[in-house]
Design a protein around this ligand. Sequence first.
Ligand SMILES: C[S@@+](CC[C@H](N)C(=O)[O-])C[C@H]1O[C@@H](n2cnc3c(N)ncnc32)[C@H](O)[C@@H]1O
Length: 211
Amino acid sequence: MKKRLFFGRVKSRKLSSSNILLTNNFLKKFIIKKNIFRKKKIVIEIGHGMGENLLNLADKNKEKIFIGIDPFQNGLANIAKEVFKKKIKNIYIFPYVLEKFFDKYNKIEFNEIYVLFPDPWPKKKHKKRRLVNENLLTNILSKLRKKGKFFFRTDNLEYYNNVIKIIKKLIREEKKYILKKYISKSLVQSKYHKKAHKFFNEIKSLELIKK
Ligand SMILES: C[S@@+](CC[C@H](N)C(=O)[O-])C[C@H]1O[C@@H](n2cnc3c(N)ncnc32)[C@H](O)[C@@H]1O
């Protein structure tokens, strides 16, 4: 049986026909071609949602290439709108799940990888649905270039502690990472960051650097 890879919603609100057209134009114009990986520093964000962080980073770091990986169509429409409005030229989107991206671009290494507020799946019976587990982390870290960085943020303490536990195990085994329990650059507040503030949830972050 085929393993189910996605448990979220690909759409939260109905998209207007003009939004669909804009999104399709964006996807056609900014299609990921293998040659984009050649020269520049490459940053990926997994599960970018509405794309606030991706848009802000791309706008501020024009010398880098940004790839967003998320099947969420409303987020994609928002990114398409902002990219055309602000004339951003360095964002590409892979509108499917991460697992497919890693299958397709299995030899590419990245300078920075962001996972911000992944779906927490707090119920015990749903924990297997979490995006960041030992397998995925091992895979993600193997795709970091030397001196590359992995950024993770969540307001689910149990999820955070579990990720820290996995990372510490990997550090013991491989000794090639430096762990900081904060993110050393300032990031804009995404939709789920604001939601965490609204509910007075503590936000936990980490940054992992490959030596
Ligand atoms: C809780 S939202 C967080 C969005 C955003 N990072 C933020 O901070 O507002 C989680 C996002 O992860 C995406 N997602 C879930 N599983 C995924 C997967 N396997 N590959 C890529 N994206 C995924 C969902 O579609 C959703 O947009």
